[in-house]
Write a protein that binds this ligand. Structure first.
Ligand code: KIV
Length: 258
C-alpha cells in the first residue's frame, strides 16, 4: 500500500483535514510537495489550464501519462493521483485496467475516474487488480455535454439519494477515496460521515476529509473564469506579466544583458 494513501486513511481516522492541489508539471509539483501539500492531482483539467481547451474532453491518455511522469519527478512525499481521461476507461473493464496501469507505471499512486453507479463494476475490477482508485462523483466534468454545462449536482432529494447510493457502492467495490465536486455541503458532509474511506471535496463545503483546488485558481493563473467556490491566494498572472514586461523593457533599453 502506498504510504501516502495510508497517511490519508490515518488522517480520516484522526479527524485531520488534508489539502490537495492539481499539478501538471515538474516545477509546480515540486513546489506543492515542498509546501507540504498532502496530495497532488494530475487532473485532466490540464486540458483547460495548460492546453486552453474549453473542457476536459480532448485530453488523451498519452497526455495524462506524460504529465503524470513529469509531476511524479517533482514529488517525494505527497500522494500522486492521476485522472483517467474521457474515452480511456468507459468501454470495458480491460480497457480501464490497461489505461490505469499506464498511469501507475508513469508514477501515479492512485487513479481517479469519473462516474457514479455505472462505474461500480469497473472500480471492483481495478481494485482487484492492484489499482487503487478514487471515484469522482457529483459534477463530473467529463459529463459536461450530458449535464448541459458545469452545473451543481445532487440538489433534489432524489439526486442526493442517488449520490449516497453511488458513494456507498463505490466504497464497497473497493474505491480507496471518493471525490465529490459541486454538490451541497450538507450532502458531502453526510456522505463523508457514512464512508470509511477519505473523501475530498471541491465546491462541496467544509465537511469533507480533504479539499482540492485547481492550482491555477489558487495562484491567480487562471485567466478565464474561475469557479465561484475557488479561492485565489495570489495574483499570479499579474505578477508574471509585470516581470516579463520589466524584462522586455530592460532588453529594449539595453539594460540587459548588463
Ligand atoms: O481535473 C481536475 O482538476 C479535477 C478536479 C476538478 C477535482 O478533477
Amino acid at each position: 500500500m502506498s504510504k501516502n494513501l495510508a497517511a490519508w486513511e490515518k488522517a480520516k481516522r484522526e479527524g485531520r483535514k488534508m489539502a490537495m492541489v492539481t499539478a501538471y508539471d515538474y516545477p509546480f509539483a515540486r513546489m506543492a510537495d515542498e509546501a507540504g501539500l498532502d496530495a497532488v492531482l494530475v487532473g485532466d483539467s490540464l486540458g483547460m489550464m495548460v492546453a486552453g481547451h474549453a473542457d476536459t474532453l480532448p485530453v488523451s491518455l498519452a497526455q495524462m501519462e506524460y504529465h503524470t511522469q513529469i509531476v511524479a519527478k517533482g514529488v517525494t512525499r505527497a500522494l500522486v493521483m492521476a485522472d483517467l481521461p474521457f474515452g480511456s476507461f468507459e468501454e470495458s473493464q480491460a480497457q480501464a485496467f490497461a489505461a490505469a496501469a499506464r498511469l501507475l507505471k508513469a508514477g501515479a499512486d492512485i487513479v481517479k475516474l469519473e462516474g457514479g453507479l455505472p462505474m461500480v463494476e469497473t472500480v471492483a475490477y481495478l481494485s482487484a487488480r492492484a489499482i487503487p482508485v478514487c471515484a469522482h462523483i457529483g459534477l463530473t466534468p467529463q459529463h459536461v455535454r450530458q449535464f448541459g454545462g458545469f452545473k451543481k449536482q445532487g440538489k433534489t432529494p432524489e439526486a442526493a439519494a442517488r449520490l449516497i447510493e453511488a458513494a456507498l457502492a463505490l466504497e464497497a467495490a473497493g474505491a480507496r477515496m471518493v471525490l465529490m465536486e459541486a454538490i451541497p455541503a450538507e450532502l458531502a458532509a453526510d456522505i463523508t460521515e457514512r464512508l470509511d474511506v477519505p473523501t475530498i471535496g471541491i465546491g462541496a463545503g467544509p465537511g469533507t476529509d480533504g479539499q482540492v483546488l485547481v492550482i491555477h485558481d489558487v495562484l491567480g493563473l487562471n485567466m478565464d473564469r474561475a469557479p465561484g467556490f475557488a479561492r485565489r491566494y495570489m495574483e499570479g498572472a499579474a505578477l508574471v506579466r509585470e516581470a516579463l514586461s520589466a524584462y522586455a523593457t530592460d532588453v529594449r533599453d539595453v539594460k540587459f544583458p548588463a
